[in-house]
Design a protein around this ligand. Sequence first.
Ligand code: NDP
Length: 300
Amino acid sequence: MTDTHVTKRPMTLLGLGDMGTALARTWLAAGHPLTVWNRTAAKAEALASEGARVAASPAEAVGASDLIVLCLLDDASIGAVLDAADLTGKDLVNLTTGTPAEGRARAAWAEARGARFLDAGIMATPAMIGAPGAGAYVFYSGSRPLFEAHRGTLEVPAAARFVGEDPGHAALHDVALLSAMYGLFAGISHAYALIEGEDIAPKDLAPLLSEWLGAMGFFVGNAAERLTSREFTGGVVSNLAMQVAASGTLLRTAAEQGVSPELISPYLDLMRERLESDPAAHAGEDTAGAITLLRRPGRS
Ligand code: NDP
């Protein structure tokens, strides 16, 4: 049976923090018979009035359904909750954020207990879950048969993107996107710090920042093409030598404004290192060439 049938499949959700509660509400609203368990029982009781069946223990919750969804704080909490549970024949979907290695180890752990396993990375906040047009989605990787069997159910709270059978790849996609986001937040934070105390309102800089970052978004595709072709010199619009020279202006401006360069200097240093390693070879390059330095042995 697949979940395209009219009767909604029973399912179990372990973990009712902010995200787990948002997920639970969408499955309940869609008519899924839902069994829930949470370490702090009061959060589960709050969902009982909305139709959830509350299990007294993780073992009881796992016994109630074949599809078990986890939304706990971290990988360690999964072990704490499920190490003693009988997972034979269960389909385990892990929405808990983790690393790629944790996803792979958790898949092996689940399979050794007779369960199919799908790891996931949620690209949404709780407010976006089940909200039409909010753009929420979840990366999934691991057992494709499990994903196909439960796809309709998994797509109730947010769109689903399957990124392969390596159970580490959902986490890897999740963390790659989040890491890029924090780099962006760092640059935006530095920009606002530069104007603080000046007669420039943050709300006036805001639309200019948004517009500029949108225009510079071309770097995403540009870097992908250059990393694929390993061609860093053809068709360069802003060469590395010029950008390294300009980075001195950025650092002097930070000093003039009394702002620490700590959020932007690592990237500026990386560009300089790439240039200085072989100026003749790298002066005319695109900045994407600096990415190749990051995976060098001893750097991570
Ligand atoms: P919360 O901190 O709100 O909830 C954490 C949940 O984990 C609670 O149910 C908590 O139980 C449970 N928990 C923590 N430690 C243990 C343990 N040792 N044993 C049993 N249960 C435990 O987090 P969220 O709900 O917001 O997040 C859940 C997952 O979703 C995380 O992995 C998070 O990274 C991910 N996520 C969250 C997003 C967000 O914006 N909130 C966005 C994308 C992903 P108790 O209630 O008893 O404390």
